[in-house]
Write a protein that binds this ligand. Structure first.
Ligand code: ADP
Ligand code: ZN
Length: 751
């Protein structure tokens, strides 16, 4: 028997191997095989049967380790689609779909522990029957109903040691056939040791009920945009819908969140309702833990996978729904091969497996919005905050100054004014006096964004990247945010020897310091990449905020997502202009989303919220619309701006990135790729695909590699797929100067 095998090597083809008789049954499509590749043993995935070819006799596989295929037929088909669309070698795609523990030879399977699980064996839907059954056994009734409230199954140890059920009572239920025992592999997921707050039993509002109702009517493969303003209760809609999917339809579900670490509250809400039927897939898991979760999902022991983008590959069968929370977030796009977008993959997977997709956001991406307008998604709206809450008033503060403030103000005050305008300072002081909490956003970590010589103007830059070094005060050093290069703070300018070095541009550390000086009694927490390196650091900081131990939470975009703290009544955006002038067609959209999202953190409880946004471009439409909470106006204007020249959603893009160690070789390679593509397009897809460039990337050197790019643009996806694939598989890249070419389909950034 001959089989086709996808191998994790950068080639756009599969390989043919022979299977010895003894392994024939195991080397089924979707199963792993161990095969010889240039003298090494390599793990590949069987993609199907192969035809004999007479040039060379195929080699035999060494082994087929799986009792059952690790990938189902729909997952193999999904891999094929990803490989085609995102121009990625099939073996890389398949490797991405599987837990790391399965991806290489010799990885020991993590040891497994088993536990006893109690499961309800007989339902008692009628109250009369229930009364009769438990007439003289109130303890049995309590245990029965406890198990019921846990979704019908729970580990016996959990019931006994944490919930106080008696083993004898559970045993009695088993003897009466009301409960059955099973064995199950124990998960070592640390998320399960986090205490789950009890589920608040809110009755859905009319708008939430209507949304859930429409989702329940959704047919397989249909997709819905849940456009709900911040604080409109989107999570309850997901939960109610998933109750139907899991409990009534008996199907499974995937919930995608932008980043697990940043959304412990959302995850807690799911755990509160679905208990241990959920597998939380987060980056803190070890390979073994991830593998455990994967197994539990595949065996159907867990019914819901919650995770970041790669959870879209959860090995669930009978998939009923995929929920994508904050669907506009850029984290759903993978930054390395395969450069897939989890939202697009979810839509394709759902269509193939008959699941309903829910795309939730207060600020849907323009692509999603455009698709909704064209009838590809159904639109559901939650136009108001729950409980009659109102969206916070937003004040734009113009930070341009007619005169240099130093002239009028004492130096300390000048430094403060540069960071905190009077309106923001006053409001912060008011919150502190009243014991309410504030959130301050500055999307730039470090102390100062660059260091400049006062004499010659020289700016300290990274030796590996064409970007300035960021000044960090604690610990004191200059750091590159692209490659993590760091050096000690300079005593003098290396160019002119001048010893006045100015720290310019604001970072979170500096704001923290100024806040500390101005409000010495305030309890300030800073949340950015520098304070959250530990596994649980995010959750710890956020838990402290939740317990009221923090007065001011200061942070980068990490604090803009999904947080729900009723006592936060003030949100300040220290500098809304970070990123707004980036040479990227999505710059305005990102600015609008960030400001809208962080503004949405204010006033989510009974008390009214307020937002202060500091900017030097107060007239910018992204800020104007965000200040009025006017998504419609923003989208209308932004879409107009993307029509001519066309950009997504009116055009499809593929960014062809050429990089290498040598500046001239990279440029020449980009130029020859450009000529090749221009000729190809003229011959094969005239008018359907256009080639723009080549040009140096806006950041033209990163990690010692020079970077050029070309943009492929098309109205329809088909021609773009054909051109990209043909280019990626045929264009010769010389093995010199570390030259590399990657194709980024539907790029989220052009930097
Ligand atoms: P969103 O994700 O839309 O910003 P959330 O789902 O976080 O909003 O909900 C905001 C808050 O409103 C949460 O604290 C949630 O518990 C609460 N909430 C949601 N639905 C209801 C409801 N029907 N009644 C009362 N409170 C609700
Ligand atoms: Zn660098």
């Amino acid at each position: 028997m001959l089989i086709s095998v996808a191998l994790p090597i950068p080639l756009f083809r599969e390989f043919t191997y022979a299977v010895p008789e003894a392994l024939a049954a195991r080397a089924a499509p979707g199963a792993r095989v161990v095969v010889p590749v240039r003298g090494r043993r390599v793990i590949g995935i069987v993609t199907g049967a192969a035809e004999p070819r007479d040039e060379v006799a195929p080699r035999e596989i060494f082994d087929a380790p799986d009792d059952a295929p690790v990938l189902s037929a729909p997952m193999l088909a999904l891999a094929r689609w990803i490989s085609e669309y995102y121009v990625a070698p099939p073996g890389f795609v398949l490797r991405t779909m599987l837990p790391a523990a399965l991806a290489s030879v010799g990885t020991p399977r993590p040891p497994q522990r088993e536990q006893r699980v109690a499961r309800l064996a007989r339902a008692l839907p009628s109250l009369l029957e229930r009364e009769a059954t438990f007439k003289r056994a109130p303890k049995q009734r309590a245990a029965y109903e406890l198990l019921e409230s846990l979704g019908g199954r729970a580990p016996v140890r959990h019931l006994v040691s944490q919930l106080g059920a008696s083993p004898a009572v559970i045993g009695a239920l088993a003897t009466r056939g009301l409960v059955a025992f099973e064995r199950e592999v124990v998960s070592r997921d640390p998320f399960l040791t986090r205490a789950v707050p009890p589920a608040p039993a809110h009755a859905p509002t009319a708008a939430q009920r209507e949304a859930v109702h429409r989702l329940r009517q959704g047919g397989g493969g249909e997709s819905f945009v849940l456009h709900g303003v911040t604080g409109s209760g989107k999570t309850l809609v997901y939960l109610e819908f998933l109750r139907t999917v899991v409990n009534e339809w008996g199907r499974t579900a995937i919930v995608l969140v932008p980043e697990i670490a940043l959304t412990p509250q959302t995850v807690d809400r799911f755990r509160a309702v679905f208990g241990d039927r959920i597998a939380v897939l987060h980056s803190g898991l070890s390979d073994g833990e991830r593998y455990d979760a994967w197994l539990a999902l595949r065996r159907g022991e867990k019914r819901i996978a919650v995770g970041a983008r790669s959870a879209v590959f959860a090995p669930l069968e009978n998939l009923g729904a995929i929920v994508i929370d904050e669907e506009h977030e850029a984290t759903y796009k993978q930054g390395e091969t395969p450069r897939y977008h989890a939202r697009e993959v979810a839509l394709v997977r759902a269509r193939a497996e008959g699941a309903v997709v829910v795309l939730g956001s207060a600020t849907p991406s323009l692509e999603t919005w455009n698709n909704a307008e064209r009838g590809r998604h159904h639109l559901l709206r939650l136009p108001d905050r729950v409980g009659g809450g109102v969206l916070p008033g937003v004040m734009l503060v113009d930070m341009r100054r007619p005169e240099r403030p130093e002239r009028r103000l004492a130096p300390d005050e000048a430094a403060l004014r540069y960071v905190l305008s009077e309106p923001l300072e006053e409001r912060l002081a008011g919150r502190l006096a009243r014991g309410e909490q504030s959130i301050l956003l500055l999307n730039r970590r470090g102390y100062a964004s660059f260091v400049q010589c006062g004499a010659c103007g020289d700016v300290a830059t990274c030796p590996n990247c064409n970007v300035s070094l960021t000044y960090h005060r604690v610990p004191e050093r200059l750091v590159c945010h692209y490659c993590q290069y760091a050096e000690p703070m300079r005593a003098a300018c290396p160019r002119c020897g001048g010893d006045v070095l100015r720290a310019r541009g604001l970072g979170t550390q500096q704001v923290e310091r100024l806040l500390g000086d101005r409000f010495p009694a305030a309890r300030i927490a800073r949340m950015d990449m520098d304070t959250t390196t530990g596994k649980w650091a995010h959750a710890e900081i956020l838990d402290r905020v939740g317990r009221g131990e923090v007065d001011i939470l200061l942070g980068t975009q990490m604090i803009a997502k999904g947080l729900d703290f009723p006592n936060v009544t003030l949100v300040g955006v220290v500098d809304a202009d970070v990123g707004i002038n980036m040479p990227d067609f999505r710059a305005s959209e990102r600015c609008f989303q960030l400001v809208s999202q962080v503004a949405g953190r204010a006033g989510r409880g009974e008390k009214r919220g307020e937002v202060v946004v500091q900017t030097r471009v107060p007239g910018h439409h992204a800020l104007q619309c965000a200040a009025r909470h006017d998504y419609g106006a923003f989208v209308a204007q932004e879409l107009e701006g993307r029509r001519d020249p066309p950009y997504p959603p009116f055009a499809r893009l593929a960014n062809v990135l050429v990089s290498g160690w040598s500046e001239s070789a990279t440029m020449e390679q980009a130029q020859s790729a450009g000529a090749w593509l221009h000729a190809l397009v003229a011959r094969r897809e005239p008018g359907a695909v256009s080639v723009i460039g080549p040009a140096p990337c806006p950041v033209d050197r990163v990690k010692k590699r020079w970077r050029w790019h070309l943009l492929l643009k098309a109205e329809q996806p088909g021609p773009l797929t054909r051109v990209s694939r043909y280019f990626a598989s045929r264009f010769p890249v010389p093995a010199a100067h570390g030259l590399r070419i990657t194709v980024d389909r539907d790029p989220v950034t052009l930097l």
